[in-house]
Design a protein around this ligand. Structure first.
Ligand code: FPP
Length: 289
């Protein structure tokens, strides 16, 4: 049973891109066949974690883990496109990664991103994928910004899955950016501070154009949200897998969606097996021991 989101929570029309189920590999098709198409999530967000450990377990250098991680990005995105998932958001580089990792690793990730974009534009066009990015992109190297801009422009008119890469992204800094813009509206008297609503905050987030994630997947077993989409995941279902990101494929996305469909989404309401409601609570004596 799915409750509906509370009134006032930003909702977006459920416009689903066309699916191409016949292009799934047989193993994926078998899992897809167990899903309820009317309950597919609109938006899946993923914390891609475990590239380093994947490499470490194989006595390989970390950069090889990232390289295999890029392959996983390609595979998972194309499965998402095949099932007509409207929104897929991937945490590709956090603000903290950018600040705290060795420069050599960050610059490798930047080069990998550029190569990924160069090598994948044609595949994105074929798969009707629209690319977007969120985060403090203006603080990335100018050549990376230019490459992202070109890729966004090239795929702008695609109507299938929107793949959003969170780059140099931090949820707290996203909120800081949103509050600065709200403060500006208040200062210029376009907004009455007494009347600020959740919707006002939502419209200043980097994600204002998309629905909140229905499902957040984290790979490699850590039970943290790591400063990712903190406002947006208020009612998101969380799925954690032990699998390292470089081993994650479309079939695992479909398995996570299957687990999501077994959940009951309540948005603060009472669940199906939540006990009976007393019609007259006045009759109940309250004892505190
Ligand atoms: C986490 O693994 C992953 C990252 C910090 C970067 C994510 C990058 C990719 C998946 C590859 C490139 C992406 C694109 C979009 C082409 P980790 O290094 O934190 O792993 P660890 O926790 O095992 O050390």
């Amino acid at each position: 049973m799915y409750s509906s989101p509370p009134a006032g929570m930003a909702t977006h029309p459920d416009t689903r891109p066309a699916s191409r189920i016949d292009e799934l590999i047989p193993e994926e098709r078998a899992v897809y066949a167990t899903l309820k198409p009317e309950r597919l999530p609109q938006h899946v967000a993923i914390i891609m974690d475990g590239n380093g450990r994947w490499a470490g377990r194989r006595s390989l250098k970390r950069f090889l883990g990232h390289q295999q991680g890029a392959k996983a990005v390609q595979c998972v995105t194309e499965t998402a496109a095949c099932i007509g998932l409207p929104w897929l958001t991937l945490y590709a580089l956090s603000l903290e990664n950018n600040l705290r990792r060795p420069r050599a690793e960050v610059s490798f990730l930047m080069r990998l991103l550029k190569t990924y974009l160069d090598d994948n534009i044609a595949r994105m066009m074929k798969n009707n994928i629209r690319l977007r990015c969120i985060g403090r992109i203006h603080d990335l190297p100018p050549d990376v910004q230019a490459k992202m801009r070109d890729a966004e422009e090239a795929t702008l008119r695609n109507t299938g899955t929107t793949l959003t890469l969170a780059l140099n992204y931090g949820a707290r800094s996203e909120l800081v950016d949103a509050f600065r813009r709200l403060a500006e509206e208040v200062r210029s008297k376009r907004l009455n501070p007494e009347r600020i609503t959740e919707e006002d905050i939502h419209r200043h987030l980097y994600t204002a154009h998309m629905p909140d994630p229905d499902l957040l997947i984290r790979t490699s077993g850590e039970l943290r949200v790591s400063n990712f989409l903190l406002w947006q995941i208020a009612y998101t279902e969380i799925f954690v897998t032990e699998r390292f990101w470089p081993d994650f494929r479309g079939i695992h996305l479909l398995e996570a969606i299957a687990a999501f469909q077994r959940r009951e989404r309540r948005y603060g309401a009472i669940g199906e097996d939540g006990g009976e409601v007393e019609e007259n609570p006045e009759r109940i004596k309250i004892a505190v021991s």
